[in-house]
Write a protein that binds this ligand. Sequence first.
Ligand SMILES: [Ca+2]
Length: 159
Amino acid sequence: MSRYTALCLLFVFTFGFAGALHAGDDLLRNGDFSRGLSGWKGDRKIAEDGDNKYVVVRLNSKDTQKFEQDDLDVKNVRAVEVKLRFRVSDDYSGRGFILRFSYAGGSTYTNVDKGLSTEWKSIGWTFENSRGLDEITFSVEVLPGDGSIEFDDFSVTPQ
Ligand SMILES: [Ca+2]
């Protein structure tokens, strides 16, 4: 093996390794629902608009409905940002939804209950991994009410 080839291989290895830990990689599987419900668990249905698939949660008056992904690898990650877009139906009334990161012994959440619109709207929220967790679960909890909320294009990326 020539020195040149060895250097190239070293470069490829280093670059590949750095890429695996690179900030910005999406930790979620199928966040845009292009593969239907694959990767997600919980209360949700898929709707289609042309080529685009998204999730619909039809509310009821009593129960909080939840869908989630677990085993998100946040080892050596300082913080993650979740992004998504959503809209509510014309007949929606309720208290919005909760974005939650859960881990052994607790969770951190935010309640999205302002600016609920019938037009698609993008939002983001940052979770600080101040406990140095290795794994977290991301969940969306839709609070009771009337009508429906639709979600699409989730991502959870290391910051
Ligand atoms: Ca989609």
